[in-house]
Design a binder for this molecule. Sequence first.
Ligand code: KIV
Ligand code: ZN
Length: 504
Amino acid sequence: MNQENKVLIFDTTLRDGEQAPGASMNEHEKLEIAYALERLDVDIIEAGFPVISKGDFDCVRSVARHIQHSTVCALARSLKQDIDAAHEALRSARRQRIHVFLATSKIHMQHKLKKTQEEILQMAVEAVKYARHKVADIEFSPEDASRSEKLFLYRILEAVIDAGATTVNIPDTVGYAMPIEYGNLIAEIKNNVPNIHKAVISVHCHDDLGVAVANSLAAIRTGARQVECTINGIGERAGNASMEEIVMALKTRQDVYGCTTNIQTQEICRVSRLVSKYTGFAVAPNKAVVGANAFRHEAGIHQDGILKERSTYEIMRPDDVGFVGTGLVLGKHSGRHAFRVRLKHLGIELSDENLDKAFDRFKRIADQKKHVFDEDLLAIVEDEIKIFEKTWGLVNLVSKSGTNIKTEVNIVLKSKGKNYEKVSSGDGPVDACYKAIDAITKIKGELLDYSIQSVTQGKDALGEVTVKVKFDDRNVIAHGTSTDILEASAKAYLNALNKVLTPT
Ligand code: KIV
Ligand code: ZN
């Protein structure tokens, strides 16, 4: 495969993805995701929009300092102060890109920017020139490109390429375009922008009408060689094009697209899980590529076909995307060695001390639960690792509730080697439990969001509770798992509290 057929993957999970309402992540979480993206072999990581807040600036700077191979990109409006902030945040990156944008559609120019076409053109050119003096790798995005007047779009693209832009991105900002139209737009840009061969054409699609991935693929067919996308498709409103779907479509349908990417696809599920964990956005079970049901076969005819020949009903192999199987892996008779080997297979290596603690928890769960699946193991480890570091830990929890009796919870927590006990009543066991925790810790949290999902199937499945809690002015997302949903709820709340008490 030659370079012309290589599609660059530009991941914007940490920027556009984080713009999804309620998805904000802290610096430590973003850095962990950036490391995971680098393991995926993403070409460009858009780490944030440094001028908008100190938090965003710090996150971009931290990603820039730690990422070795991927290009680190920062977003800027076509304003000097934005470009300066982006440049400063990227200073220590080995490979730096500044992404400058400015709206070019009539609607945006008239109502949002209140500027004429000529003023916009001049601003864009000046911004690109200014950024190009600082960094060699410059991307320009005419925001709302798909609704922009075409002749003006061609003019501005030609002008910014002359000014030094090395990538020109064509955003379908509001998810309005249809695949046939969007694919044609890229072909028309290739035919009508005289210096287009000097830049990479990039695409950036939103999913308002559910066609972000289809649009991105249509654009690749007609010449785009960079795709902007996010893990799990998270992003503004209905989200961005999902990276895993685009990458696996290109890989599975090489015959149609004839293009490759650098992506190490076997890392996909791991990153998907991480993003879901840190944003608190559960992945729908039927989500293509990474959903829990993506490789499960329920119908008898399908199961029979799969057993005879996998390709009857499977167009991708679960291993290709690092999909964790649902096969029975361990039970109460499994030993420490088998536990360690299985974790290693899942890509987790723990220190001896952490392994002991995780194994202890596994044994307790295996006693209550007949089958321990890979997903259970991942949940146990994620939960347990936090327990090692925590300030407040759960020692014991007893609840009394029923149709005609007052709900009461008795909880014992441990902190710095000392136990604290409290009995509280409330509007249901979760409320009573959280009131008791607030009373013991003397820190009041406001529960903004609460959801529960089963990690595996069956009545004895591990339940994973996700909470979003507000402590003063900080919103924190955390998880807790247990076969007992009240215990999972208590752990999730305590994990949120511990996150606030031990900031990273
Ligand atoms: O959707 C959009 O237009 C954007 C730009 C900043 C590229 O996110
Ligand atoms: Zn966008």
